[in-house]
Design a protein around this ligand. Structure first.
Ligand SMILES: [Zn+2]
Length: 218
C-alpha cells in the first residue's frame, strides 16, 4: 500500500510552519517556545516517547502554551517503528490522539509496521525546508540555510531540532543551542517576507507525495 507524505501546505497562503524534532529537551524546548511567543509565532514539536516519559512536565508545557505536539516515535531508532508505543505515552498526558507523525531519519519503512502510522487518522509529515541545523554549530549558518533555502515559499514546513539524537546524551543541550540562537533571526526574516508562523494544524496540508516500498508494484 502507498503512504501519503505531506511536505508542505497550501502555496496560496502566506503561512509557514516551524517544526522542532527530538524533544522534549528542557530547558531548550522551553527557551524555543519563549522565542516563538516573544514574536507571536507558534511551533510544532515532534517529540520522542522516551523523552516524554523522562520529562513529562516539559512535554505538557508544549500544549499548555498553545503549541502543538506530534509523534516522532518512542526510541528514535532508524529501523523501529515504535510510534504506537510513543502514542500511548503521549495520549496518557494529553488525553487526545496525535494528529501528525514524523518518521525518524525520514525512514518511511518504519511506518509500515505501525497501525498508528497506517491509520487514516494521522498525517505523516516531513518538510520541504531542511536546513540541517543538527549539523551546524554557527547560528548564522542555520539562519542562512533556512532563509536562503531554495524551497522556502508560502506553505513551507521547516524542519529544525530542539533535541539531538546521538550516542552521547550529554550533547543534547549543547547541540540544540545554535538553533536556539538562530531562531530569533529566522523568525524575524520570515516575518519580514510577510509569512505568518503557524502550527501544522493551522495550515492546510496539500499535495502529499505517495510512497511505497520498492518491489511492491502490484
Ligand atoms: Zn528526529
Amino acid at each position: 500500500m502507498a503512504l501519503k507524505i505531506y511536505k508542505h501546505g497550501r502555496r496560496d497562503q502566506m503561512k509557514v510552519a516551524l517544526t522542532f524534532d527530538d524533544g522534549p529537551n528542557p530547558p531548550r524546548t522551553d527557551q524555543i517556545m519563549e522565542v516563538l511567543e516573544s514574536r507571536a509565532a507558534r511551533g510544532t514539536f515532534f517529540v520522542i516517547g522516551k523523552w516524554v516519559e523522562r520529562f513529562p512536565q516539559a512535554f505538557k508545557r508544549i500544549p499548555d502554551r498553545w503549541h502543538l505536539a506530534g509523534n516522532h516515535s518512542y526510541s528514535h531508532q532508524a529501523h523501529i517503528g515504535d510510534y504506537d508505543r510513543a502514542e500511548a505515552v503521549i495520549t496518557n498526558l494529553t488525553g487526545r490522539p496525535s494528529e501528525y507523525l514524523r518518521a525518524p531519519y525520514g525512514n518511511l519503512f518504519t511506518c509500515l509496521y505501525s497501525p498508528l502510522a497506517l491509520s487514516p487518522e494521522i498525517k505523516i509529515v516531513s518538510a520541504d525546508v531542511n536546513p540541517s541545523d543538527f549539523d551546524k554549530t554557527d547560528p548564522r549558518e542555520i539562519v542562512e540555510a533556512t532563509l536562503n533555502h531554495p524551497a522556502l515559499a508560502a506553505g513551507s514546513i521547516i524542519n529544525l531540532h530542539d533535541g539531538s539524537e546521538t550516542d552521547d546524551d550529554g550533547l543534547r543541550l549543547s547541540r540544540a543551542r545554535p538553533t536556539l540562537e538562530a531562531l530569533p533571526l529566522i523568525i524575524d526574516g520570515l516575518k519580514a517576507r510577510g509569512f505568518e508562523l503557524v502550527r501544522l494544524d493551522e495550515m492546510e496540508l496539500v499535495e502529499p507525495v505517495e510512497w511505497e516500498p520498492e518491489g511492491d508494484d502490484s
